[in-house]
Design a protein around this ligand. Structure first.
Ligand SMILES: Cc1ncc(COP(=O)(O)O)c(C=O)c1O
Length: 481
């Protein structure tokens, strides 16, 4: 459950514990916290209400005595509502049973915790895969929004494949990296993640196996698993996914598709070499596997432009290619794209129409302006400079504080440093210990169950001035466990 943002009023004449009792009672009677809801721990409640734990305990005692909550076997507290009024009325629906019955899998508990903690005040986010607010192009966006006031985008529902001007701008960018795609074979999506979701429900039979790098971002979002698919991780080396294993893995597990992030891989930062790309295409051809290439980090190169995408070498239409503006311009716009054979794009567009009738017209208009006007390229030049400075700051801090504690390699772009700890603590203990000290990290096991000795560090999000002190504090925590 999200921690409450409400706090009792210290200037009111009503005692704090009575205000808290009242607040929780309103939540239960108003139906926002139905029977079965698990409350945050007393310590967490005390922190979010800004009161002593004893004040929360007093409120909980009153609510327990009134039959509204009770302790459960796991040591937590649940809403029960055994009040006389409730017992006399027809029982309310058991929403927790509904919640557990839903088809979509929940996020991993650590991912839920990360999602909740990201917006807690005073948290230093050392693992977030996103641009820092100080790197987002606020002034360019303001200029565009002023322009939008005079040339308004269409306000109605749009075309199934997305705004034509945006698809033309995307086609132009794809051409520059060697991909020939006409606007008719491009679908605008609400972020790359939606492309993965559409593909998982629109193209693949249930029970299919997806081959992918291990570790991978895809392990941290249960999109394919929710569509009843299995992920079969293929080991990587410094050149990327080990292509020689594709045919044997495909033989052993079957396989409907190979998902790969060949360029500035999440979480390892690896760039697949030219030779490996050629071999991977050949291996997939031999195994009869189509490829889903997730290329959302391509534009974030810091040393040299990366090799051409797999899609640029795909003469047979076997590669579906996904891109996004989330990592470079604004994740809040929720704009990405997918390109591939036209019948596939039409199928995905048809499902997208059934799920959201198209991405926001405003976001699409803004994205088309950024890409089509040259503003995006200017922004990327500035962004790369800023990310180089951040990468250097993070590496310097690692050299100073993590020598002897961990190993890492220097990423050529993207956001991540994939730290390998020399002595691994239990991943959950490390995560909790860091969070207790206000540092949010992405532990390695989110991306590979066996990578408990890894941390995905990111140099893109935390304020530049806090990278070094944050890494120093993290090193102390690692050393203390
Ligand atoms: C490899 C990869 N693909 C897709 C996404 C999701 O991107 P979007 O915000 O465009 O949905 C992410 C975000 O972390 C990512 O790392």
């Amino acid at each position: 459950m999200e921690k409450p943002t409400w706090q009792p009023n210290r200037r009111s004449g009503v005692p704090l514990h009575a205000q808290i009792t009242e607040y929780i009672r309103d939540k239960i009677f108003g139906g926002e916290w139905p029977v079965g809801t698990r409350l945050p721990s007393q310590r967490e409640l005390a922190r979010s209400f800004g009161v002593n734990r004893s004040t929360v305990v007093a409120a909980m005692d009153e609510l327990t005595a009134a039959g509204m909550i009770e302790g459960d076997r796991g040591g937590g507290t649940r809403v029960v509502n055994l009040t006389w009024g409730a017992l006399a009325a027809a029982p309310p629906p058991d929403w927790s049973a509904y919640v557990n019955a839903g088809i979509h899998r929940p996020n991993l508990p650590a991912v839920q915790e990360i999602n909740r903690s990201e917006f807690a005040p005073g948290i230093l986010r050392l693992g977030t895969g996103e641009l820092s607010p100080e790197l987002l192009p606020h002034s360019g966006m303001s200029r565009l929004l002023a322009r939008m006031a005079v040339s308004m985008p269409e306000l109605g529902y749009g075309e199934p494949n997305g705004d034509l001007a945006l698809r033309e701008a995307v086609a132009d960018r794809l051409r520059r990296i060697g991909i020939a795609a006409s606007p008719a074979s491009i679908l605008i999506v609400s972020g790359a993640l939606q492309a993965l979701q559409l593909i998982s429900v629109g193209l693949l039979p249930r029970g299919s196996s997806i081959l992918l790098e291990r570790p991978s971002y895809l392990y941290s979002v249960p999109v394919f698993q929710s569509a009843e698919m299995k992920l079969q991780g293929v080991p990587m080396d410094e050149e990327g996914l080990r292509s020689e294993l594709v045919v044997p893995y495909a033989k052993q597990y079957g396989g409907a598709l190979l998902y790969t992030i060949p360029t500035f891989h999440n979480p390892t930062g690896t760039v697949m070499s030219e030779e490996r790309r050629a071999r991977l295409l050949e291996a997939c051809r031999n195994a009869g596997l189509p490829i889903l290439e997730d290329d959302v980090y391509r534009d974030l190169w810091l040393d040299e432009p990366p090799p051409a995408p797999l899609k640029a070498r795909d003469a047979s239409g076997s590669v579906l290619y996904v891109g996004s503006l989330s990592k470079t311009l604004s994740p809040g716009l929720r704009i990405g794209w997918v390109t591939g054979p036209q019948p596939v794009i039409e199928r995905l567009a048809d499902i997208k129409m059934q799920s959201d009738y198209g991405s926001s017209a405003f976001s699409q208009w803004i994205a088309a302006e950024w890409l089509g006007s040259g503003m995006y390229d200017e922004h990327m030049n500035e962004l790369r400079d800023a990310l180089r400075i951040r990468r250097q700051a993070a590496l310097k801090a690692l050299d100073k504080h993590f020598r002897g504690l961990a190993e890492w390699s220097v990423p050529g772009g993207g956001f991540y440093i994939w730290l390998k700890l020399k002595q691994a603590a239990a991943p959950r203990r490390l995560f909790d210990a860091a969070l207790k000290q206000g540092i949010l990290i992405n532990p390695g096991h989110l991306y590979d169950r066996e990578a408990g000795d890894r941390i995905r560090l990111s140099y893109s999000y935390a304020p530049l001035a806090e990278l070094e002190p944050g890494i120093a504090r993290l090193a102390e925590i690692v050393a203390s466990l």
